[in-house]
Design a protein around this ligand. Structure first.
Ligand code: NAP
Ligand code: ZN
Ligand code: ZN
Length: 350
């Protein structure tokens, strides 16, 4: 075991601050990574503030990690010191259940113990701690390769925001001839617009922020629909093949259902802390589907990174110092970020 500096919360109401945390010494199949950048996901905020009510303190968020391999265990054959690598939302899974065998570790039948933070570190026998830290030690099977054509800081958000949109876009068939809507232009949503566009779909953004229209078009949206404008919503009625909802707060879903074609699907990836009550009639009358999706498996995450490398896609980031994280959380709550904060982890030591 070794000690490293991290940044985290000690209670739901306390700001994040420097902490000392334990990491396990790299085992035979482990990779020790010096963290260079970590994206700031809205889940980090939900978790640090115990909005999902399972946080154990001290809590260290961060699951959009990019870093350099420092040390590897004796049986590691996929990575070597100096490699640029990534770690997303998972650092382990049971590996033997049907979901894991299918490469769908995010749906592991044994549950969520393998989460990067908010899970359980089996070697140290303590809650797992995330990427707002100098270093992390991860089994090589949960480490991703970052394409060297991408800027490492802008690639970090791909590890959660990127895969969370890529997986349902692929699963529900986004591509040429399909009209795809993304709800919310935050960290997840802006990756959704870029990816759906790159997959060849006719892409639309639903937004509550009129001021984001120009950016959305630059990112690949052919339509920008103001979700609070009923006439604007009505103009797109029954036209979408697929909609992905990334909104982080409680909101009414029924107006979006009405924009789906018959039998089309809306997928919830946003994870508000409160239940979403909705009127079921728009689902009934057109045999529409309402589904959920969480991140993506390790194999699919590598596929997404390679797709992004080939298409030169990464996040639009605002690089921040570690000590700006509390201010960044407040700005994220006001949708005041273009479009993902990313922490320059070299500022942690300072
Ligand atoms: P974010 O950057 O804060 O973006 C959320 C966007 O939602 C905002 O930019 C805003 O877009 C819209 N929004 C916010 N409040 C709203 C409201 N009251 N009504 C309507 N729209 C609102 O957050 P994020 O990092 O993208 O994460 C979004 C959610 O996904 C979070 O709940 C997070 O925990 C969850 N998440 C889920 C997964 C998964 O695997 N399923 C993975 C990562 C994150 P506009 O200004 O354009 O309206
Ligand atoms: Zn996330
Ligand atoms: Zn499993």
């Amino acid at each position: 075991m070794f000690v490293c500096t991290a940044y985290g919360a000690t209670a739901s109401s306390s700001p994040l601050r420097p902490l000392q945390i334990n990491r396990r010494d790299p085992g035979t199949s482990d990779v020790e990574i010096e963290i260079l950048y970590c994206g700031v996901c809205h889940s980090d905020l939900h978790f640090a503030r115990n909005e999902w009510q399972f946080t154990e303190y001290p809590a260290v968020p961060g699951h959009e990690i990019v870093g350099r391999v420092k040390r590897v265990g004796t049986l590691v054959n996929k990575y070597k010191p100096g490699d640029l690598v990534g770690v997303g939302c998972m650092v382990d899974s049971c590996r033997i259940c049907p979901s894991c065998r299918e490469g769908l570790e995010q749906y592991c039948n044994a549950g969520f113990a393998g989460q990067t933070y908010g899970g359980f570190e089996k070697v140290l026998q303590e809650p797992s701690k995330g990427g707002y830290a100098e270093r992390i030690v991860v089994d090589q099977d949960f480490v991703l390769r970052i394409p060297d054509t991408l800027d490492p800081a802008a690639a970090a958000p791909l590890l959660c925001a990127g895969i969370t949109l890529y997986s349902p876009l692929k699963h529900w068939g986004a591509g040429p001839g399909k009209k795809v809507g993304i709800i919310g232009l935050g960290g997840l949503g802006h990756m959704g617009v870029k990816l759906a566009h790159a997959m060849g779909a006719e892409t639309a953004l639903f937004t509550t922020s009129a001021g984001k229209a120009e950016d959305a078009k630059r990112l690949g949206a052919s339509h920008v629909i103001l979700s609070k404008d009923d006439a604007h919503m009505a103009a797109h009625a029954e036209s979408f093949d697929l909609i992905i909802d990334t909104v982080s707060a409680a909101h009414d879903l029924a107006p979006y259902f009405n924009t789906l074609k018959r039998e089309a699907t809306m997928v919830q990836v946003g994870a508000p802390d409160r239940p979403l009550p909705f009127n079921v009639f728009p689902l009934l009358v057109k045999r529409r589907n309402f589904a959920g999706s969480i991140i993506g498996g390790i194999k699919e995450t590598q596929e997404m990174l390679d797709f992004c490398g080939a298409h030169d896609i990464a996040a639009d980031i605002e690089l921040i110092r570690m000590d700006q994280i509390n201010e960044a959380f407040e700005r994220m709550l006001k949708s005041d970020v273009k479009f993902r904060f990313c922490i320059d982890m070299s500022t942690l030591k300072a």
